[in-house]
Design a protein around this ligand. Sequence first.
Ligand code: CUA
Length: 400
Amino acid sequence: MPRNRTGDRASEAPGAELAARTRNKNGRLRLLLTLPVLAFLASCSGSGPQSALEPKGPIARDIDGLWDLVYWLAVAVFIMVTALLVWAMWRYRERPGDETEPKQLHGSAAIELGGVVFSVVLLAIISVPTVRGLLDMRQVPEGDDVIQIQVTGHQWWWEFEYVDETGPDGATLITANELHIPEDATVYLTMTSADVIHSFWIPAVNGKRDVVPGQVTNLTIIADDPTSPDEPLPGQCAEFCGLAHADMRIKLHVHTDADYAAWLDEQFQPSQLPAEESELAAGWSTFNTVCTTCHQVSLEDVEGEVVTYGPERHIAAADIQFRSSFGPNLTHLFSRGTFGAGTVELTESHLAEWIGDPQSLKPMNPDENDLAAGRVLGMPDTGLNADEISEVIELLKTWR
Ligand code: CUA
């Protein structure tokens, strides 16, 4: 409604204008109240399992300490600025009969210089521990007891190779998605990607670090205490990398030294290749025809020789560095608690569902797979019938 300045419609103007102004004021007041209420409610979600504010190791604790420092400094600045503002509004409010303006401070050298010096001092307080922390975190850890692990990011799963640990046959240990380390050990990850940029992030033990194709990046992780087997520390890919980015998880199992040694020992016990006349032979025949197109598995035959079956033929065609498999190594599949890049609990029924229709449990783009070009975007439909699936699962169950 146009403002009534001329008085032409004076009879209707005052009431309507007042109502409009009140409506406006109410709307603004509601908005003003809604924002802090929303912010407050957002804090009620509790801390998720992947909180960087619940560090479980010295490096993550340093990061958390920095967060605390910045947070409390920000709180102090907020309180100070708000208090000054409220004080100024109150002290210099307009009183009835006020004739003169309060003294104007625009251009006051003392106040402007004070503001600059205050900000510089505050930023220096924050930057010194920040830079020191960054330099500390980037240091290459030295010593014989540092555990070296090669990490390869794939669309959409993680491959871990324990490059220091070789089994009886001289091969290194390769596993997927579930990372096992001993407590208090310094673990140095050397990382690269087989396809696009990923980011390795287990918030309880360190910040995130990009995992880049054609480049090597590193990250040191240390965890204080052993985790219980069904509650590993969760992590996930933190760089958008396509359809199943959110399902590219990591589970970090932390062991006592003795349990870690026992775990390594078990991983180096070879899984068995079924004998030709065994009841697992049918499952193996299916597995070796269909599954080894992408998955690698190392098996000991009846003569005690360990042979690796897998997609080497395609890999040679694709000539891709660092890639040992197009899918997770399955030699000790049933020693894991999960599959599908840490997203599905490993049970026989889940596995049957997965082999029958992988997309039902994790969205992927297998239609775009091109093994010869080294491109794999998920597990394709296997086309196996229910009997073949249960034969394969009976076999997989022996690979612990
Ligand atoms: Cu890998 Cu996101």
